[in-house]
Design a protein around this ligand. Structure first.
Ligand code: NAP
Length: 303
């Protein structure tokens, strides 16, 4: 953990399970997250007296669809608080953001390092839109209504959920001295695979949207970071014929939670705009190598 990490309240959608939970546990571990935090040197300095225990200064809030899963995770990871939200139901997101920022006005969560190192007292806000789903769809062999149901669900959750949530959160984030928003794309944003065609397209959307959002917010207090995970062990493949095909026992490419967080920590500490664990680092670097000069050139023009 770096001393430059400085944050107050982090909100992670999709935080009850999978990557969102790994990120929540990571933040709890690196933050001074409740119920109470007492450091051993302070206890010694006070001859073991317990009145030095102080309120936690940092909070991690997880949000997700299923209250029982949120409750279970919050009971297993001390210090987590939770709010229920279905990010696929975009008409409810304005109200959700209002509730969340009223209950936790400091949502001015987290993460990032070097660009803010000059002022370690600045608080950063993390709003990570990790909630996401994946549906295998075979267009030629699946009934039309079934294909469209799956496609719409993926588009609503992965695309509309992310865009609506961030757009509703932006005024709040912009009102903070410094803040950050994290999107979660995928290695499949760069190279799609045919069994999950709409999923891959939603992640390409997130990658593109994050690049231009970052440019639009360049001169503001909001930092935009993309996490582009490779295959990581989680429950994401629950609708596959073999839901465990993203587990190490079935796929040697899959990262464990620990390997994923190890690389997240590496890239966050390096202050990168795109956090790319495992093999996605190569894809992100290759895209930069081929397109970065043109990206900068086209975006440097007046439009
Ligand atoms: N695992 C991978 O290999 C991988 C690779 C690249 C990218 N990703 C991305 O990483 C993110 C997390 O995926 P994961 O692998 O951790 O999947 P996961 O194990 O299925 O966890 C997804 C979490 O998102 C929540 N969620 C799903 N739909 C939601 C909705 N409409 N509203 C609110 N919460 C919702 C789920 O809540 P419930 O408790 O209600 O189910 C669950 O807690 C996704 O965006 C995914 O596309 C994953």
């Amino acid at each position: 953990m770096s001393d430059n990490w400085n944050w107050k309240v982090a909100l992670i959608t999709g935080g009850a399970g999978g990557l969102g939970r790994y990120l929540a546990e990571y933040l709890v571990k690196m933050g001074k997250v409740g119920p109470f935090f007492v450091s051993y040197p302070q206890l010694r300095a006070n001859n073991g007296a317990h009145d030095l225990a102080f309120e936690p200064t940092q909070k991690v809030i997880i949000a997700g669809r299923t209250e029982s899963n949120l409750k279970q995770t919050a009971s297993e990871v001390p210090g987590l608080e939770y709010i229920v939200v279905d990010v696929g139901k975009v008409d409810n997101l304005a109200e959700f953001v209002k509730t969340a920022t009223t209950r936790f006005p400091d949502i001015d969560c987290v993460i990032s390092k070097l660009p803010y190192a000059a002022n370690p007292n600045k608080l950063l806000t993390l709003s990570s839109t990790s909630a996401g789903i994946q549906k295998p769809i075979s267009f030629p062999t699946t009934p039309v209504t079934q294909s469209l149901l799956s496609a719409d669900e993926e588009i609503d959750t992965n695309i509309r959920g992310t865009v609506h949530l961030i757009t509703h959160f932006l005024p709040h984030l912009l009102s903070k001295p410094s803040s950050a928003v994290f999107t979660v794309s995928s290695g499949l944003a760069f190279i799609p695979i045919h069994p999950v065609p709409v999923y891959c397209a939603t992640k390409a959307f997130i990658h593109s949207y994050t690049q231009t959002l970052r440019l639009q917010l360049k001169n503001t207090s909001v930092r935009v970071v993309e996490i582009a995970p490779p295959l990581v062990e989680s429950d994401l493949h629950r609708d596959h014929s073999n839901p465990d095909n993203n587990k190490k026992t079935n796929n040697s490419f899959a990262l464990s939670a620990e390997e994923f967080i190890r690389d997240v920590d590496r890239d966050m500490n390096a202050g990168l705009d795109v956090v790319a664990p495992g093999f996605t680092r190569g894809r992100v670097d290759k895209e930069d190598e081929i397109f970065k000069a043109d990206f900068d050139k086209f975006n440097g023009r007046q439009h």
